[in-house]
Design a protein around this ligand. Sequence first.
Ligand code: NAP
Length: 253
Amino acid sequence: MNSVESVPVTIITGGSRGIGAAIARKLAKAGHNIVITYQSNTVAAAEVSNDVRKAGQECLALQADMAVEADIVAAFEAAKKQFGRVTGLVNNAGITGWLGKITDQKSEDIQAVFDVNCVGLFLCCKYAAREMSISLGGNGGNIVNISSGAATIGGPNEYVHYAASKAAVDAATVGLSKELGQEGIRVNAVAPGAVYTDIHAAGGQPDKAERVGSGTPLGRAGQPEEIANAVAWLMSDEASYTTGAVLRVAGGR
Ligand code: NAP
């Protein structure tokens, strides 16, 4: 079993809205002190911070662009200054870019998706592993990456580049779980299906969750809390022998 310090300290990237906000609220109830990063929505970040504090835990909300390494480094430094060694990381920040066929996709949108969903995620794993690795003086820890069901479906006509970025997240999860197991770090992923959040409107299709959800075996889209429940299990000692797993939470799709 990997050992974590008595009060877990967990960084959730993109914790101000949607799935990340639900994860922050859930992990606070599970006794974690929380660091959320966000891109620009200070009001939403403050609301999540208040909810974490109402649950009896401490919360640090940091504006930090997960596509910028200096912001990621600053976030890990601020977290350590406030709480000491980080024991948990949820790589949740993610973007789809504009939904459309490959023939209409812009190079800057494709680049931005990989910058946030892949490069930012890898850098967060790097700085978390430096804090957590037993051979570097850490006490182990947990990393959960938020992938997507799109990684195995491919996202045709909408966002194949996004699906590919999430397939990279799955590969990173498997590889890093093997690399970091002996360091006391478990690395897992949750792959949500369509979930009711603002991400679909940002990509130009506000009704996407409803539309895709109605075609799933369970007949509906998911709620952010249903994804947060899976993340909380993977972060908990109940999942102590689980690493390298990609847990699909997608209503059967
Ligand atoms: P969302 O509602 O659009 O929220 C995105 C969150 O990430 C916000 O907190 C946002 O901050 C933050 N963020 C975006 N870009 C960022 C950046 N460059 N740096 C730092 N923070 C950034 O998204 P969501 O639907 O909850 O998605 C969360 C994760 O789940 C993503 O990885 C997504 O790919 C994955 N996912 C979602 C679905 C779905 O149907 N919703 C399905 C499968 C997978 P601000 O509030 O400041 O903008």
